[in-house]
Design a protein around this ligand. Structure first.
Ligand SMILES: Cc1cc2nc3c(=O)[nH]c(=O)nc-3n(C[C@H](O)[C@H](O)[C@H](O)COP(=O)(O)OP(=O)(O)OC[C@H]3O[C@@H](n4cnc5c(N)ncnc54)[C@H](O)[C@@H]3O)c2cc1C
Length: 628
């Protein structure tokens, strides 16, 4: 072992979490080292060739608003863009892109290589050095010891990972890459609780061997909505590549049912817990037996490859069964399977061992982010990566951590769910998890987060000024349309009749007019003579604020109440086991999770409102006795 250079921040793993963490730390001026098993798998997408989707699109926008990289990288490497759920309210509008996987990786790797203050190394971290409850450094397989002030574990699906295909099981990372087999033991010795999780992926087939005449084309949107607030539509607009829709058949279901006994999920070969919201095809056919067919999307893996990803057919059945299964699909009768689907098991930590900053409660300076924390998804990983990168950097600067609350961001919902409630299976973000989703829209992520990203030292001056300008334009326009008044007139009523909107009996202003179902910002332009020429995203923002004013008001009041409880901090030295009147279950849960506020305590399952009252009385007594 030789002693190499020391760093402020060391990031272990260059997956989606590691890339954001390393860029955040180095862009905040920290001397940063990124160590990863294989430089050619930086930002690799081992599963679906897409970024975003319902709620995941919100995360990408929030990462971008804070000054992160994922949004910019996908804007420069997408092959198809869509805005999902546009038939529903703006709270669930979510961007989704089909990515060119190879180009995405190359682009992200180059951004990392160009980053000042960031050193990248290909190696395996085999142990973490901790002294007196504080991180000291890391050791690698190549024999190096790197000292550090903080370190971030983002090892994804590689820790003691095993690939399973039917009766076949072997030690491997995703896509035939090496797994990391030494670190898990060290983490356990450090007292970190690990458990086995699993996920799975479908086959990849050769496009040349597919009969698309039996499928339904799925083109991208005409209207381009960038992921990054820094991207200009005209710079990222490009020709899009379609996906294709087909379905499973009775034959497919019969093949699966008659081979279930060979499925490692059903014969117990797999011990890891899988994601409920990303079920394998075996699960779908078994759990939704009443469904005659399941949707499958053929998703191109990139522009310069014939590989197609069979979305919706994740499986770990034996290879020959998978081939028969795939060839029972309309359009795939003669297809060539290039990569067989598989399941992968790996070690992950129990995230309830973490603070809301993603620092381990029992090892100072060691942070965890991504799949290792029990989540599933590129976006979920990147969201944790940027938070861990920011907080590791703030720690090296002796500054308070950046905590995003459930009322600030989907990132706040994600982390609070993990740390306060834990997860028994790979956790996936969903809009239903966010109680304040009407104000946590993807369109206003910059309004909610860019100032925070700027104040912690990550968001650039250029991004900050762009956000301020957009915010001012929105506020100015909202002020203006509240002053644009229309007394009842034939002209206005003729206009309203044209859109089958009821006549205006009394005077109204433009803001209120826009609330009408038949009206929107663009239609009212016909009677709004002095309308300034504003960017379309500003107009859309103004329209949402007008149409949903009442609901937004109500949600903001709920947030005020929520914030009051979040501000009631619980001092570190409170000994929950000795608070009389607390139920034993509450004492145990509070002592295990060590909530940072009354708000967080009230979200712990097994802690009742009565327990919270007892806790509040106890804290008041401490305050009176001047012990706070
Ligand atoms: C087979 C498969 C199927 C999946 N299916 C889905 C799905 O259906 N839906 C979904 O949302 N997500 C799915 N995912 C998950 C998705 O890939 C991950 O959520 C995402 O990649 C996690 O990002 P991460 O940064 O946490 O880890 P990863 O992307 O896994 O990256 C971890 C990085 O750490 C490095 N590393 C690990 N250990 C060490 C070490 N000791 N020393 C140095 N470097 C190390 C690795 O080389 C790698 O670069 C799937 C993943 C796999 C493998």
């Amino acid at each position: 072992m030789y002693t190499a250079e020391s760093y402020d921040v060391i990031v272990i793993g260059a997956g989606h979490a590691g890339c954001e963490a390393a860029l955040a730390a180095s862009r905040m001026g920290c001397k940063t080292l990124l160590i990863t098993l294989n430089l050619d798998s930086i930002a690799m997408m081992p599963c679906n060739p897409s970024i975003g989707g319902t709620a995941k699109g919100h995360l990408v926008k929030e990462i971008d608003a804070l000054g992160g990289q994922m949004g910019l990288t996908i804007d420069h490497t997408y092959i198809q863009l869509k805005l999902l759920n546009t038939a529903k309210g703006p709270a669930v509008h979510s961007s989704r892109a089909q990515a060119d996987k190879q180009k995405y990786q190359k682009y992200m790797k180059h951004v990392l290589e160009l980053q000042e203050g960031l050193t990248i190394k290909q190696d395996e971290v085999v142990s973490i050095d901790v002294d007196n409850g504080k991180i000291k450094g890391v050791s690698t397989r190549n024999g190096a010891y790197y000292g550090c002030s903080t370190a971030i574990l983002t090892t994804g699906t590689y820790l003691k990972s095993k690939v399973i295909i039917g009766e076949v099981m072997y030690s491997s990372g995703p896509n035939g890459l090496a797994s990391a087999n030494e670190l898990s033991m060290n983490l356990r010795e450090l007292g970190i609780e690990l458990r086995r999780f699993k996920t799975g992926t479908p086959s990849r087939i050769n496009k040349r061997t597919v009969d698309f005449s039996k499928m339904v084309i799925q083109p991208g949107d005409e209207k381009i909505v960038p992921f990054s607030f820094m991207s200009e539509v005209k710079e990222i607009r490009r020709e899009q590549i379609p996906c294709w829709l087909t379905y499973t058949t009775d034959e497919t279901h019969d093949i699966i049912r008659s081979n279930l006994y060979r499925s490692p999920i059903y014969n117990g070969k797999i011990e890891g817990v899988g994601p409920r919201y990303c079920p394998s095809i075996e699960d779908k056919v078994t759990r939704f037996a009443e469904k005659p067919r399941h949707q499958l999307f053929m998703e191109p893996e990139g522009e310069d490859t014939e590989e197609l990803y069979v979305q919706g057919m994740s499986s770990s059945l034996p290879e020959e069964v998978q081939i028969a299964m795939v060839r029972s699909i309309p359009g795939l009768e003669n297809c060539e399977v290039m990569r067989t689907g598989y399941a992968i098991e790996y070690d992950a930590i129990n995230p309830m061992q973490l603070k809301l900053s993603l620092e381990l409660k029992d090892i100072e300076g060691l942070f965890c982010a991504g799949q290792i924390n029990g989540t599933s998804g590129y976006e979920e990983a990147a969201a944790q990566g940027i938070v861990a990168g920011i907080n590791a950097s703030l720690k090296t600067k002796g500054r308070e951590p950046m905590i995003l609350h459930r009322s600030d961001a989907y990132i706040g919902v994600l982390i609070d769910d993990l740390v306060t409630k834990g997860t028994k299976e790979p956790y996936r973000i969903m809009t239903s998890r966010a109680e304040y989703r009407l104000i946590l829209r993807q369109d206003n992520a910059d309004i909610r987060l860019t100032k925070i990203g700027y104040e912690v030292g990550l968001a650039t001056e250029e991004r900050y000024l762009k956000y301020k300008k957009r915010k001012e334009m929105i506020e100015e326009e909202l002020k203006r349309i509240k002053k644009v008044f229309f007394p009842p007139s034939d002209e206005v009523n003729e206009f309203l009749r044209k859109y089958e909107s009821s006549e205006a009996k009394s005077g109204t202003n433009l803001f209120d007019l826009m609330k009408r179902t038949e009206m929107n910002y663009f239609i009212t332009g016909q009677i709004d003579k002095d309308r300034p020429d504003l960017p379309i995203d500003v107009c859309e923002e103004v329209e949402i604020e007008a149409k949903y004013e009442g609901y937004i008001e109500k949600q903001l009041q709920q947030v005020e109440h929520f914030k009051k409880l979040e501000k009631r901090k619980i001092p570190d030295y409170v000994d929950f086991m000795n608070i009389s009147g607390l139920r034993i279950e509450a004492k145990q849960k509070l002592s295990q999770i060590k909530p940072e506020s009354i708000g967080q305590a009230s979200r712990i399952s097994g802690v009742s409102p009565a327990d919270i009252s007892v806790l509040l009385v106890h804290m008041e007594q401490l305050r009176r006795r001047g012990e706070r």
